[in-house]
Each structure stands twice: as C-alpha cells, then as structure tokens.
Design a protein around this ligand. Structure first.
Ligand code: MN
Length: 310
C-alpha cells in the first residue's frame, strides 16, 4: 500500500495536517486564483496520476486528505489504470447533497453524488472521472442525512446499510474503492472532528466493519477522510481503523483461491458510461473558504443548518 498525503480541505491547503500514517508522498499543487472547481481539478489531476501509476505497477494507494472530495481523484486514477471500481463509503454523513438542495453550499457534502454522476461538468469531466453506477455503491452508516439526501437515497440504487449490516453479501462486485470518512466514528471517541454527528459506532466497530470489506480481497485503493482539526490527537485515535484498512489485505489476485481481475467490471454495471454532458444549471459559484471559516462555525450539517459563533 503506497501512502499518499493530500493536505487539503477542498481547495484549501491545511497547515499542520495530521495524517494517521506517514506519507511516502505528499501531493501539493499551485492552485491558480479562480473557480473552486478548477482549483480542485488542478490538485486532483496529480493525485489521479499517482494512483493510476501505482495501480499500473500493481500497487495500491492509500490517500489521506482533510476532506472526502479527494476521493474523486482516487476513483479517477483507478479508472485511468483500466479498472472499473465500485465504491464502499463509510461516513457519518451521506455526502449525496447537491448544490441545488444544499442550504449551506458546502462542497464537502456532495462528493459521493459527484461520483454517482451528478453534474459531471462541475469537475468529473475535468479530471476524466467516469460516473460509478449507483448500484455499484454501498453507503455505510450515514447517520446524519439531510432531507434531500434521504429522498435521493430512497429513489437511488445506492445501497445504504448500517455498519452492523455490512456483510460480504452486500458488497458490490469488482474492484472496490474503500472510502472511510473517519467522522463515521462516534465523536465521543474521536474529538476534534470538523463535522461531528452525534452517536455512531466505536473505533473498534468501524475497524471490524472495515476488516469485513478488506477480507474479500478486492480493495483496489483506500481513501481516508481525515476530517478533523489539528491538535486533538485524532490521527492516533483512529489507528485501529487504519490498521484494518491496510493490514491482512491480500493484494488483488493474491488472495488464496481468489481470481480477482482488476479490470473486471461489476456485474451490475450496465450504465457505467459517461453521462451526457449537461449544460450548467443552478449555482456554479458555490460558497468557498470553508476551512478558514470553521473556527467560527460551531455546527454544520453537510447540507443543512449552519450556526456561526455559537
Ligand atoms: Mn464525508
């Protein structure tokens, strides 16, 4: 597993980013002034290239960043290496908001929706990310959903399961991009979270669920959303989860009796083709500068209410 740090939250560099593993490589980019999507694309292209290079050499990548949107680059990188990853996404939140329905405009609330094909003109096209079919996506926990996210998940083919329900038979087929937003852990056991959602599983419960995914031997890359503020010791507290993600994980094809084909497409993958380009609609200049404002934000849900200075 090649460890890569991308010390950013959306398009903002995170000074003093605390990664739970020492990175072999840290990716930064000169981001031109301008549109937040263009800036994120400039950052994600080298991330995707690195993941693709690793995959082509038969190496898997573990990408650590301060948000969940960096996952777009990891999925794109696997695709550029010829794989068609499905997605298993651990998160306290749904990350399936849209710019049209989010009341906060927070871009960190929409990455899974982007992966599933929402408005590819925003960033997917720019980094050559092919949408992943909804039925190749499993969302785990997501205990803090906004009403529009609930409505979407009810009508979409994304499978939404509680952490205890995550058994082998609900996993999507084919190579898996395993995404873990570490805020899935109950904030009682992980302080310093940027967007804490009350309740949720213990560190050990998350580690066990991650192990169940890893043990199928099809994890092609791992993304860690290290969605915490520096200075709370969070990186040390999540070690059991990180260990589960990287240990005892047979490389694709190495599993005894396994016949993993990294280029295999998930069986239920009929519409894994690029969605037709849509003309821009709705807001395209979303609110940005989130991280620098978080000091004043006491509570925010991914798409819901925002209380400042309380
Ligand atoms: Mn997330």
């Amino acid at each position: 597993m090649r460890t890569i740090s991308v010390p950013y939250h959306l398009d903002e560099y995170v000074s003093g980013f605390e990664a739970p593993l020492p990175p072999e490589r840290t990716i930064t980019a000169e981001l031109a002034d301008g549109d937040v999507w263009a800036r994120m694309a400039d950052l994600y292209r080298p991330v995707a290239d690195t993941v693709a290079d690793n995959a082509q050499r038969g190496e898997r990548s573990l990408v650590m960043s301060s948000d969940c949107t960096t996952s777009l680059a990891v999925v794109a990188g696997l695709q550029h290496a010829g794989q068609a990853p499905s997605v298993v996404w651990f998160d306290a939140h749904g990350d399936v908001q849209t710019l049209e329905t989010s009341t906060s405009g927070y871009l960190g609330g929409i990455p899974l929706r982007l992966i599933a094909g929402y408005r590819t003109e925003l960033i997917a096209d720019a980094i050559d990310l092919t949408p992943v079919a909804e039925d190749a996506i499993v969302l785990v926990d997501a205990r803090d959903l906004d009403p529009p996210e609930r409505a979407y998940l009810e009508r979409s083919r994304i499978r939404h399961v509680a952490i205890d329900e995550l058994a082998t038979d609900v996993l999507p087929s084919g190579p898996i991009y395993l995404h873990i937003d570490l805020d899935v852990i109950n904030p009682e056991y992980l302080s310093g979270q940027l967007f804490p959602a009350a309740g949720g599983p213990t560190v050990q419960a998350v580690a066990q669920a991650v192990s169940r995914v890893v043990d199928v031997g099809r994890v092609a890359a791992v993304g860690l959303g290290c969605t915490w503020r520096p200075g709370h010791g969070a990186a040390a507290r999540v070690q059991a989860v990180v260990d589960a993600a990287i240990r005892n994980s047979p490389a694709p094809g190495d599993r005894p009796g396994g016949t993993f084909d990294p280029k295999a497409r998930p069986a239920e993958y009929p519409h894994a083709t690029r969605a037709p380009r849509q003309p821009p609609k709705g807001p395209t200049a979303p609110v940005t500068g989130w991280l620098s404002r978080l000091g004043r934000v006491s509570r925010i849900s991914a798409g819901g209410s925002l209380m400042i200075g309380e």
